[in-house]
Write a protein that binds this ligand. Structure first.
Ligand code: DGL
Length: 260
């Protein structure tokens, strides 16, 4: 029997999923959360599917053993590889994030959309099927960012390599009518402003950034309400942070949690 007071478990390969946690906390201030970042093994986005599956299932197991009432896979890279197995394994709701391609298409007129994500996400069948389902293959440009999550994971968002990396990735499409950018990796939410600034300078047609963390937070709230699992209104609001990485990564986690 799941109890309403149990915490919500959220995980990612590292700091990225904190962007989802920030949004979920705003929407659900009375919920308790447990966050697990697998910083010891980050990044996931350049690993094989088998490696990602094994690591990701271990994250889920960690949270389940902590007694969570819901697991949120706050990692686009892990979503399609483990979501099914986790749903079969655990009798609690499993929520996952995916790149916000649909809202980006809806927000653009005739131009193109750039999807920034890890190589693993962009190569997965689930992502390709999403594009097919939306008829979005011609409208989207998939841009693999093999090193960006790792740069962000280091914790220094003012590192000039981050801006340079984003610029290099986007400038290759100068001259195209780019109207939107999808942040297809939860780590990138922490540099959304930088992406927006750089994109606005390169693409005169640029409109907006689309980030799946908002839809995921809405979905968490919806599922809790539908399953009668919402926490009561007079307590809660706690967040516990755990990492497989070094203890000092928790200081970085706390800092990132205060950013969004
Ligand atoms: N934050 C993750 C995502 O949403 C993965 C980044 C990584 O570990 O490569 O895809």
């Amino acid at each position: 029997m799941i109890k309403n007071e149990q915490p919500i478990g959220v995980y990612d390969s590292g700091v990225g999923g904190l962007s989802v946690l920030c949004e979920a906390r705003k929407r659900l201030p009375h919920e308790n959360f447990i966050y697990y970042g697998d910083s010891e093994n980050a990044p996931y986005g350049t690993k094989t599917e088998d490696e990602i599956k094994e690591l990701s299932l271990a994250c889920g197991e960690f949270l389940f053993r902590k007694g969570v009432k819901m697991i949120v896979i706050a990692c686009n890279t892990a979503t399609s590889i483990v979501v099914q197995t986790m749903r079969e394994r655990y009798n609690i709701p499993i929520i996952s994030i995916e790149p916000a391609v649909k809202p980006a298409l809806e927000g653009s007129r005739n131009g193109k959309i750039i999807v920034l994500a890890t190589p693993a996400t962009l190569h997965q069948k689930r992502y390709q099927s999403l594009l097919e389902r939306l008829g979005a293959q011609d409208a989207t440009i998939n841009v693999e960012c093999a090193s960006l999550a790792n740069l962000i994971e280091k914790g220094d968002l003012d590192d000039p390599h981050i801006k340079a990396y984003i610029h290099d990735k986007l400038v290759a499409y100068r001259g195209q009518q780019i109207e939107g950018i999808v942040i297809g990796c939860t780590h990138y939410s922490f540099v959304a402003d930088k992406i927006r600034d750089i994109a606005s300078k390169i693409f005169p047609s640029f409109g907006d950034i689309y980030d799946g963390r908002y839809g995921t937070a809405r979905h968490i709230a919806r599922v809790l309400a539908n399953e009668n699992l919402l926490h009561g209104c007079n307590a809660g609001g706690r967040v516990e942070l755990f990492t497989s990485g070094k203890d000092d990564s928790l200081a970085v986690y706390r800092h990132f949690l205060s950013l969004l």
